[in-house]
Design a protein around this ligand. Sequence first.
Ligand code: F6P
Length: 346
Amino acid sequence: MAEIKRIGVLTGGGDCPGLNPAIRGVVMRALDYNLEVMGIRDGWAGLIKGDMAPIGLADVDTIISVGGTILGTSRTNPFKKEEDVQKVLDNIKKFNLDAIIGIGGDDTLGVANKLSKRGAPAVGVPKTMDNDVSGTEYCIGFDTAVSVAVDALERLRDTARSHHRIMVLEVMGRDAGWVALMTGLAGGADWILIPEVPVDFDEMCKHLMDVRARGRSYGLVVVSEGVKLPHLDENAGGEVDAFGHVRLGLRGVGQAVGDEIEKRTGVQTRVAAIGHIQRGGSPTVSDRYYPTRLGMAAVDLVMKGEFGKMPAVVGNKIVTVDLDVAVGKTKTVPIELWNEVKALFK
Ligand code: F6P
């Protein structure tokens, strides 16, 4: 194996708190091996353009508590055009990058995987507030997103209680209900709607009215943006990103659910969709602890020549997973977990 002297690191897809701790972990570990680290700007776009600069200790020293990503990010997909793939491969050579570390969700990891099959020395690090990457129990950004959403739900409880209303909180999460499920559980919601389970308005509204009948004059519902409703446009007006994802937030599922609840129960209902607020702010302790260790482990994989892989968290330990196992299969909420959480709707 060729000697590793210089590596490139990039963050791709939606930003979230925890990316900076991961970048810091990469740089800190690289110092142990005397590696030079190039910070690639704006995800795969930076590798297509050759937009990168060295980053060292001074750049990452104090970023552990800072949200977002110091490298910038984008949803650029080089595999949309073969010429862009060629530019990526050429720039890896031109900038003498002996390895690439791509920190991102399914899309970014998918590109890293495809590149490694084309001979590029790439490894991944799992990141997404949606928590839907397979092969890992933890994804960077999820814990902070849920913490923000729980805080929002608690605020909604105060105003719901005062006005004797039902409040609906719409959260992100794409086609997986992790954010909604965890938010609802941790915030004590009366009902949770996730994409994995068909919506049953009869059951939900009966429960919300039962709660009122037993003397609590308000209700809290958490709905995931990806929940399917028969009368709602699945394509959200047709706007898709470079990986073919529609902007689910545009569908207004929270409002549609709120309208239906008000119609059926006669109880005044209000809706809050917190959108990108979930992706900002200082990372939680978990979103510092794991990203730092995953970033460090990614450099270790590079040094061992284990390309086409990513470090993952399984059973609280950092393990190595093939990108083939991680990408292309959304990790959704298992029905057993949903049933367990549903038992709390009392
Ligand atoms: O994948 C992360 C995520 O926050 C999803 O939950 C959401 O649907 C999407 O990104 C929003 O993307 P954008 O920031 O491009 O609007």
